[in-house]
Design a protein. Structure first.
Lengths: 308, 410
């Protein structure tokens, strides 16, 4: 096997993994604060729609991505309002958000179907690094800025989560909101901020799809990526650094499911990425104490002061 | 409700049904499997619906989109209640529901796209692309420099396999050593899968692309790398004006027009459709080989067949169809081959020559004209023979020159 295989697989894994990485980083923060948001798919598709519509109208992909982020935040704050303030069931609210997002984006997107984006977010060639043999074409060409920003963001979010006071606040709210509350941490504010950040990143992930990855809008274009994000969050055991390789590993699997068709039955390959997701959930379920210990202790539980 | 009332109601309903058919006015209901904005199959049916609706005063149309295949009967009931006397169901999966409804509503005319079940009040219709794919294949064979042409397929079913084989036969006619590399995405619509499948083919050295998938993804991805491709189903020229060589376009309105006019004139009734099966190709104008169709239709008010030269100031205009993108005209004219039937000829001329043979009402050529061998070397069409309709719609073999997986290969 020549190096061409490796180069194209890694390169495609990075490009396909970007929306997964951004979405997963967001979901990690939301869940670290104790709020499950199953609305990732909905927030991503709304981001994809808003990103395309705004980029097309204003003529710059940057505005599109900003709009995608903003729409993601709005959708996420709605989820936070229902689950943190009104203490509604997080799973039901998240599912509702997904269905709502898919429906609304499909409806609003009617008139935008079938038109190419005039101003897509272009790929960049990193000066001089691209000249490195093998590594250059693998990592430093054909990527958009969001690939590198995503990796940088993962590192920053890891530092914040595990090396700063803010991180301690977020994690303690997710572990034991009552304790955090008694220490003077505002549980509501922390959860709102984390869920909103989750929406922002999911929105950008969706915007990447319509503004960069495949610069046009079509109904249902996220095609289940939001659910992969949920699985990757568990796979990464709520750790931003592990999300990096989780997302790119999944991207590689997805690319290989087409690349390997010449050698392996395409029906089996088609299952591969999803079988992997199920496997991750199974391992995390059985996988015993180590994995379970990593899950935030109060994940999915609304906090009411004075109750336990 | 007592028995007498029931009888009266049934009699009244039947009368209404009969009157409805006899009357001048036709109300046609369309049931779509996808959203009308899918830019593929359903979009094309809806464009056709609007064209015929606009054209005839005696015709009124309604539609229901995104109907799950198992629930088609409920929606047919709804359309019948709304007074539809002609109902089109436009997905293969609607086959049994439509057939059952045709039994329950003997006074309503049904037409089912892409199926094979018929009844006295139920016809079938299909506009097929295999001739067009062959023509596209001729061009692809001339344009590939690596000798590898990429094809992204939706599902490995006879329809798609027929198209890939016809395409491959075209490629090989002008470039006997070229291969068509196939990747399957197992979905009619999945842009991300189509993108990665295209990237995989590019990584393997393919440099010209055709596909079966309901989005312009393959065209966009190929264009990013500066590679030519062929549009599918809807005009995809504007997604990559420098890279869409030609494509497969459908004109369902030609079939709808013919069928509805014949109902209007009393030629088709609820009793004589058991053998009515439209299998329309280039000769009937139901499909077209072009990058851009003759008339560009607009999204809203501008839909009509002849006189819409900017009726509402939008994109509507009348222009001849662009069979071959001018960007590739030179390359196709310069690529000459020594053809067994026509001697020295450029691929450009060959495309139009073949096109005329297909368009001739007494079609004088078929891509699957024997002898045809499958890729395992078996003779599948004997010398001098053509494939029958039944063989065409059930074909599973891969033509010589197809590379890659072929689930269900005999």
């Amino acid at each position: 096997m020549d190096l061409g295989w490796l180069v194209s697989t890694v390169s495609r894994a990075l490009a396909f993994g970007v929306p997964l990485l951004w979405g997963t980083l967001g979901e990690i923060y939301a869940e670290r604060s104790g709020v499950v948001n199953l609305g990732v798919e909905g927030m991503m598709i709304l981001g994809a729609y808003a990103g395309f519509a705004v980029a097309q109208t204003l003529g710059h992909p940057g505005w599109g991505l900003l709009a995608a982020a903003a729409v993601g935040v709005v959708a996420a704050v709605w989820h936070a309002f229902l689950t943190v303030t009104l203490r509604a069931n997080q799973y039901v609210s998240g599912l509702a958000l997904t269905l709502f997002g898919l429906g609304l984006a499909g409806l609003l997107g009617r008139g935008w179907e079938g038109r190419p984006l005039r101003v897509p977010l272009g790929t960049i060639t990193v000066p001089s690094l691209a000249e490195i043999p093998v590594l250059g074409p693998m990592l430093f060409v054909d990527q958009t800025i969001l690939t590198y920003l995503g990796i940088l963001l993962a590192v920053v979010l890891w530092v914040v989560l595990f090396r700063t006071r803010w991180g301690i606040a977020i994690r303690s709210v997710g572990e034991s909101p009552a304790t955090a509350d008694s220490l003077g941490i505002n549980v509501t504010v922390v959860r709102y901020l984390c869920v909103a950040l989750g929406g922002l990143l999911a929105g950008v992930g969706g915007g990447y799809l319509s503004v960069a990855y495949r610069p046009s809008w079509t109904e249902g274009m996220t095609a289940g990526m939001g659910w992969i994000v949920i699985a990757l969050t568990i796979f990464a055991s709520w750790d931003p650094l592990q999300a990096i390789w989780g997302a790119f590993f999944f991207g590689a699997l997805y690319h290989l499911s087409f690349r390997l068709q010449a050698y392996v039955s395409p029906e089996l390959l088609k299952l591969m990425p999803y079988a992997f997701a199920i496997l991750v959930l199974a391992v995390s379920g059985f996988g015993g104490a180590r994995w379970r210990r990593r899950a935030p202790g109060s994940l999915g539980v609304p906090y009411v002061r004075g109750e336990r | 409700m007592n028995m007498r009332k029931l009888v009266l109601v049934v009699a009244a309903l039947t009368l209404v049904g009969l009157l409805g058919l006899g009357a001048e006015k036709i109300k046609a209901g369309f049931i779509y499997v996808g959203p009308i904005g899918d830019y593929g199959w359903t979009h094309a049916h809806d464009v056709a619906r609007r064209i015929v609706d606009e054209k005839y005063d005696w015709l009124e149309t309604v539609y229901i989109e995104s109907v799950p295949e198992g629930e088609v009967e409920t929606y047919i009931d709804q359309l019948v209640r709304q007074g539809c006397n002609v109902i089109f169901t436009t997905s293969f999966g609607f086959i049994d529901g439509t057939f059952a409804a045709a039994q329950r509503y003997p006074n309503v005319i049904f037409a089912h796209a892409s199926g094979f079940k018929r009844a006295p009040n139920m016809a079938t219709y299909m506009a097929d692309f295999y001739q067009v794919y062959y023509l596209n294949g001729l061009m692809a064979g001339a344009l590939t420099k690596t000798g590898k042409v990429g094809y992204v397929g939706a599902f490995p079913i006879p329809e798609v396999k027929r198209h890939i084989s016809a395409f491959t036969i075209g490629v090989r006619e002008v470039n006997p050593t070229a291969e068509v590399h196939v990747r399957w995405i197992y979905e009619w619509y999945n842009p991300a899968a189509a993108k990665e499948a295209t990237e995989a083919l590019i990584a393997e050295g393919c440099d010209v692309f055709a596909f079966t998938e309901d989005s312009p993804t393959v065209v966009q991805v190929a264009a990013e790398r500066g590679l030519p491709s062929f549009g599918h189903y809807s005009p995809m020229y504007e997604f990559a004006p420098d890279y869409v060589v030609s494509g497969q376009l459908v004109h369902w309105e030609v079939i709808y027009d013919d069928f509805l006019v014949k109902i209007h004139e009393g030629i088709y009734t609820t009793r004589n459709l058991a053998h009515v099966d439209y299998w329309w190709l280039l000769a009937q104008g139901a499909v077209e080989c072009a990058a851009v169709p003759a008339v560009v239709y607009c999204e809203t008010a501008c839909v009509s067949d002849t006189s819409c030269a900017c009726c509402c100031g939008c994109c509507c205009e009348i222009s001849p169809s662009m069979v071959v993108n001018p960007v590739y005209e030179r390359a196709l004219k310069d690529y000459t081959i020594n053809h067994p039937a026509f001697g020295t000829i450029s691929v450009y001329d060959l495309v139009f020559l073949r096109h005329n043979q297909f368009a001739d009402p007494g079609i004088t050529f078929d891509p699957f004209e024997g002898p045809v061998y499958d890729r395992k070397g078996n003779l599948v069409v004997p010398a001098g023979m053509w494939m029958s309709y039944d063989h065409l719609i059930t074909m599973e073999w891969a033509a010589a020159g197809v590379a890659g997986p072929w689930p269900g290969e005999p």
